[in-house]
Design a protein around this ligand. Structure first.
Ligand code: GSH
Length: 209
């Protein structure tokens, strides 16, 4: 089993990666960072990830950043957890499509919308327009129970975690298909245990600051 060091700040985007690690059930060394103390922008951490962003991970000595890259890599690296359709599985293409759709379309779409930024010309935008992006996601989720139908994959860990965050912060229009999806997501034992571990970490970082 490769050595994994995970750079993580609680209550941030890296919580999604912590949840993946929980679903995979693999051992790792946690390197916590305190946002409030500005640790993600200090030289020590910039020497790990020059972008100053979390998550970052060192796996067997090699740096991996970008949530979706980490997801693809770890879900393939630990096949026993059955979170990644194999290369020859017809679900492999849709699986990659929806992982990448999150970073390439959904993230820029909701960030533009949350910051009330005009997306600019539709043809130049990586996602086109918000309404199309949102309705494409809702259509994909509607049949259920999971993003790709009957099979739960790492794409559900990514989407469930992020849709839960966006819903909690009212950054997403409500929809019954999203609510039903999130109910299933929240019932997963890994979601409760990752949340509990993160709450404990947030408390200890705040006490240390
Ligand atoms: N493209 C990165 C984005 C990561 C990201 O935006 N991380 C935020 C966490 S919410 C961060 O580290 N912000 C701290 C900072 O910029 O100082 C990914 O997908 O992993």
């Amino acid at each position: 089993m490769p050595n994994i060091t995970f750079y993580h700040a609680p209550n941030s985007r890296s919580a999604t990666t912590r949840l993946l690690l929980e679903e995979l059930g693999v051992p790792y060394t946690l390197h916590p960072l305190n946002f409030a103390a500005g640790e993600t922008r200090k030289p020590d951490y910039l020497s790990v990830n020059p972008m100053g962003k979390v998550p970052a991970m060192v796996v067997a000595g090699a740096l991996v950043t970008e949530t979706v890259a980490i997801f693809i890599y770890l879900a393939d690296l630990f096949p026993a957890a059955n979170l990644a359709p194999s290369l020859t599985d017809p679900l492999r293409g849709p699986y990659l499509r929806w992982l990448v759709f999150y970073a390439a379309c959904m993230e820029p779409a909701f960030v533009d919308r949350a910051q009330q930024r005009e997306p600019g010309r539709q043809a130049m935008s990586p996602y086109g327009d918000w309404d199309t992006t949102y309705s494409t996601v809702v259509s994909q989720l509607s049949p259920g129970p999971y993003l790709l139908g009957e099979r739960h994959t790492a794409a559900d860990v990514l989407w469930g975690s992020n849709l839960a965050f966006l819903t909690a912060f009212k950054l997403l229009p409500e929809h019954p298909a999203i609510a039903a999806y999130l109910e299933r997501f929240n019932a997963r034992p890994a979601v409760a245990s990752a949340k509990a571990k993160d709450a404990e970490l947030a408390t200890s970082l705040a006490a240390a600051a």
